[in-house]
Design a protein around this ligand. Structure first.
Ligand code: ATP
Length: 345
């Protein structure tokens, strides 16, 4: 379903968690809300679910206002399901009962689904690969299986909007990668709109159609993963998403002069908004290091990490520490003096 957040402010007492948020989510879209801890991601998701009400502004689902400062439609009356980081399973119910519950109680589960709940349960068990686990209790399941049950419970009544609050953060690294693919499959199968909260930029970049980057209760940038990664519009987005090194200096047309030096670098497609802030961003993989004096930016290797495909170096340059990911063919040692050169400059 289409979702619109209009001028939403959320205060907890005197603390303002959200500052006038405006956002629209298209029908069938997979939208990630990405940001550091405490930036307001969960609060925004809880407002969409109906667990919180806005202090000001309004929320519309399929064009119908479901919440404003005065009234709010309760969660069970929105065609929305939520998946939690903690799985939130009921200890006394087996897998099948978890899936059955929303079929009986969800206002939007249609008659056919209620009458033939067993068929829907089987369908959903197949989708989440738990066909042989229907009688297991939560205590008899692994973390990944528990999260699959919570996904199954959420999709069973065919909600039009699926809200996910860091659903993979309690799983180990390998399982997280596998579950990313499963959630993508689930999105294709259900065609529900998904709003997916995460602080992991890898997850957001990998899965979302669009990413909303939040910081301090405000939206910093909205865009496709490629736009956010290649064309960050604020220093925060450049650092948080691309782990970019940010250099200060001055722009003149397409030429950047580093602060306190004569070093000049060329534009590689940097957004005008960053240029207006007199910043030149370079992601670690956009840097090359050289032993030769290039009369450019020089520094000293502080740390070296072998990563299989490349080495990750930290280099002390003036009062800044720069991170570079350099292919294996060029090993440097800690203590070496190097020139730092942009690949695309
Ligand atoms: P995390 O990734 O750590 O879950 P988040 O981005 O989801 O963080 P929120 O949980 O939305 O952040 O919280 C945003 C801010 O609002 C935080 O400073 C938090 O302490 C505050 N906050 C959230 N809920 C409440 C509440 N019920 N009462 C008071 N303050 C709250």
């Amino acid at each position: 379903m289409s979702t619109t957040v209009q001028n939403v402010i959320k205060k907890f007492g005197s603390y303002q968690a959200l500052h006038r948020i405006n956002l629209s989510i298209q029908e069938g879209e997979f939208l990630a809300i990405l940001g550091p801890s405490g930036c307001g991601k969960t609060t925004l998701l809880r407002l969409l679910a109906g667990f919180e009400s806005p202090t000001d502004g309004s929320i519309l689902l399929d064009g119908i206002e479901v919440a404003n400062a005065k009234t709010a439609t309760p969660p069970e009356q929105r065609n929305v399901s939520m998946v939690f980081q903690s799985f939130a399973l009921w200890p006394h119910m087996n897998v099948k009962e978890h899936i059955q519950f929303p079929l009986q109680h969800h206002r939007f589960a249609d008659k056919a689904m209620k009458q033939d709940a067993n068929q829907r349960i089987q369908e959903v068990l197949e989708i989440v690969n738990l066909t042989n686990f229907s009688d297991r209790m939560p205590g008899e399941l692994s973390g990944g299986q528990k999260q699959r049950v919570s996904l199954a419970r959420a999709i069973a009544p065919k909600p039009k909007l699926l809200l996910m609050d860091e659903p993979l953060s309690n799983l180990d690294a390998e399982l997280r990668m596998e579950m990313r693919r499963e959630i993508q499959n689930l999105h294709q199968l259900t065609k529900a709109s998904i709003v997916y909260v995460t602080h992991d930029q890898g997850e957001a970049l990998a899965m979302a159609d669009r990413i909303v980057v939040m910081n301090n209760g405000e939206i910093e940038q909205i865009g496709t993963p490629e736009e956010i990664y290649y064309h960050p519009e604020t220093p925060f987005v450049a650092k948080f998403v691309g782990k970019a090194n940010l250099f200060e200096g001055s722009w003149e047309g397409d030429s950047f002069t580093l602060k306190h030096s004569n070093v000049k670098w060329k534009d590689w497609g940097i957004s005008n908004k960053l240029k207006e802030k007199s910043i030149y961003p370079l992601r670690p993989e956009q840097i090359t290091l050289s032993r030769k004096e290039h009369g450019e930016l020089t520094g000293t290797i502080k740390t070296k990490q072998f990563q299989g495909r490349d080495y990750h170096y930290s280099v002390a340059v003036n009062d800044q520490v720069i991170i570079g990911h350099i292919p294996l063919s060029k090993p440097f040692e800690v203590g070496e003096n190097v020139s730092v050169i942009p690949i695309e400059g």
